[in-house]
Design a protein around this ligand. Structure first.
Ligand code: ADP
Ligand code: MG
Length: 557
């Protein structure tokens, strides 16, 4: 499309363009289309959903359901922006029963793909269809009760977005993730998945614990179900049920953590915090619990209208929910394993075991004169204990060491980042959920000045409005740190290229590094390689020091 010559006059955007802009918020890749279409099918009361993909969803995404369908008359409306059958007033929004409510998904999807939609509504004799090349012309077609939506060639008309699509395998993996999440959300619905003509999943609807556990095993693995507890806690107007891993089963990643609120998958700080705390006493550092949990509560007590992708929520009584979760989980875990709170020495024992991995055990731990990392062994020896989520005690044959992980990590991160910046090799890590940031007046002014610098440092920021930014990606060296906090601190100061890394260092040294997910063995090798430069971040412990530290470490509660 040719752009008209620049002129300062204000005009209403053509609706196709407005839809494409809106699509930027919700449709990031094939998996986001799949999510929206499957949510619509569930909202339509489907008991069976068939998904067919080609080329990881980049070429074709087709979702067929047996829900209540859309009448021919309403088909054009369904693909219009801000058209929804799910809410009609603010009160409905506060009492949301459906997954969708924004009335934007179909309009967005249709603005960036070649699509076709066919549907037959219960009361009607015929099915009707609409296609992207004749969006106004309703055609009678054959179709069973329910709806089929084909989405072909996603982003064919927005090449800039198409460029961001990844390899087929990656896009398929994202779609597969969405499919799994949906299938774990609703056991009473059958889900079927085909990719490039191959049937990959067949999950008939189930209605009892045996059937539900079978589905969980199919999607999360037999090992998880075997090593998990099936829990069910009804409590006043809430209910928590699902599968939680037993203390003996843990994972290196958080990839098997599914949490649903009223059937909607969510990622939420309050929930994550509660889950981590509930498991804290029984998992070593860097290990994660696995769970498929459903929390059912009064829709009025949770606000899902926080973010376009609807993954975030806001609770009216966050504290109450947090504590309820911890209570239920601890009770189950303790009942199961008669788990008593481990003493400090138990914990040290466990962690020592955890780190005494085969490569390290039995190897010579002598430190050669050149202090080389013989056989992958770190100069600092092995981790014996983690204190206050910040320090580690390690033991080599020569000595015990106390290392300040947060401080070390802050310095290592800043050095690496600075080097990459100088060499123009900045790496970014996309945020799981892009974050909105509110700026005060000073930060707004700073943003105008620092915008280029921040982009150069690896922050991907889009201005949403005056004083509001969307943070989509952060420099990868910030993993484990609170990057938003850092960003806001940068914006609170007058900084330039010369001074910025000094400020970053100060800020990161103030933060506590998140030990979750750290692979201490590799990390210790890195630290050992830089140990002279990091000398003020670690010290040799005497026995008295150790005693002092062990007494100071609070019981994990
Ligand atoms: P929302 O789900 O937020 O209402 P959408 O753009 O996803 O917005 O869909 C618009 C409307 O189209 C829905 O409110 C619903 O009435 C109708 N619709 C979409 N998909 C289906 C479907 N699979 N079955 C029945 N109705 C549907
Ligand atoms: Mg929808």
């Amino acid at each position: 499309m040719d752009c008209p010559p620049f002129s300062p006059s204000i005009r209403i955007l053509p609706s196709q363009l407005a839809d494409q802009i809106a699509a930027g918020e919700v449709i990031e890749r094939p998996a986001s289309v799949l999510k929206e279409l499957m949510e619509n099918a569930l909202d339509a009361g489907a008991t069976r959903i068939d998904v067919e993909l080609r080329l990881g969803g980049m070429e074709v995404i087709r979702v067929t359901d047996n829900g209540h369908g859309i009448s021919g008359q309403e088909l054009p409306l369904a693909i219009s922006r801000h058209a929804t059958s799910k809410i009609s007033c603010l009160d409905d929004l506060l009492q949301l029963q459906s997954l969708g409510f924004r009335g934007e998904a179909l309009a967005s999807i249709c603005s960036v793909s070649q699509w076709e939609i066919s549907s037959r509504r219960q009361a009607e004799d015929h099915a009707f269809s609409l296609r992207h090349d004749q969006p106004k012309q309703l055609l009678p077609v054959n179709h069973a009760l329910g709806t089929s939506i084909w989405v072909r060639k996603l982003f064919y008309n927005t090449p800039a977005r198409r460029k961001f699509l990844r390899a087929e395998r990656t896009e398929f993996r994202h779609c597969d993730d969405v499919f799994r999440r949906m299938a774990l959300a609703r056991f009473d619905v059958g889900f079927y998945l085909k990719h490039n003509g191959r049937q990959l999943q067949r999950l008939p609807a189930v209605s009892d614990d045996v059937g539900r556990s079978r589905r969980v095993a199919q999607l999360c693995g037999q090992a998880f179900v075997k090593n998990s507890l099936l829990i069910d806690f009804p409590h006043a107007d809430m209910r928590l049920w699902g599968w939680i891993s037993q203390p003996g089963y843990s994972r290196q990643q958080t990839d098997q953590q599914y949490f649903y609120i009223n059937g909607r998958i969510i990622r939420d700080r309050v929930i994550n915090h509660a889950m981590r705390q509930a498991y804290q006493a029984c998992l070593g550092p860097g290990r994660h619990a696995a769970y498929v949990l459903h929390l059912e509560l009064d829709p009025a007590s949770v606000d899902v209208n926080v973010h376009p992708t609807k993954h975030e929520v806001r609770f009216r009584e966050a504290r109450q929910i947090h504590d309820f979760l911890i209570r239920c989980l601890r009770q189950s875990l303790q009942r199961d394993a008669a788990l008593t709170r481990p003493t400090m020495s138990d914990r040290i024992g466990e962690q020592a075991q955890d780190y005494a991995k085969p490569q390290l055990a039995g190897e010579s731990q002598s430190v050669s004169s050149s202090d080389s990392l013989a056989g992958g062994q770190s100069w600092f020896g092995q981790v014996q204990a983690v204190l206050l989520d910040r320090f580690i005690v390690t033991q080599s044959p020569q000595a015990l060491f106390l290392l300040d992980v947060s401080r070390i990590q802050a310095l290592l991160s800043v050095w690496q980042w600075q080097q990459a910046y100088r060499q123009d090799q900045i790496k970014q890590r996309p945020m799981l959920i892009p974050q909105r940031l509110q700026l005060n007046l000073n930060q707004r002014q700073q943003y105008v000045r620092q915008q280029r610098l921040l982009t150069g440092l690896g922050f991907d920021l889009t201005q949403l409005g005056p004083g509001e930014l969307l943070l989509r990606a952060v420099p990868s060296w910030l993993q484990g740190f609170d990057s938003q906090r850092l960003l806001l601190a940068l914006l609170a100061n007058e900084v330039d290229e010369q001074a910025v890394f000094g400020l970053i260092e100060t800020q990161l040294l103030l933060q506590q590094y998140d030990l979750n997910g750290i692979d201490f063995r590799r990390w210790l090798q890195r630290v050992a390689a830089e140990r002279d430069k990091l000398a003020d971040c670690w010290r040799v412990l005497s026995e008295a020091d150790l005693r002092h530290w062990l007494n100071q470490a609070p019981a994990h509660d």
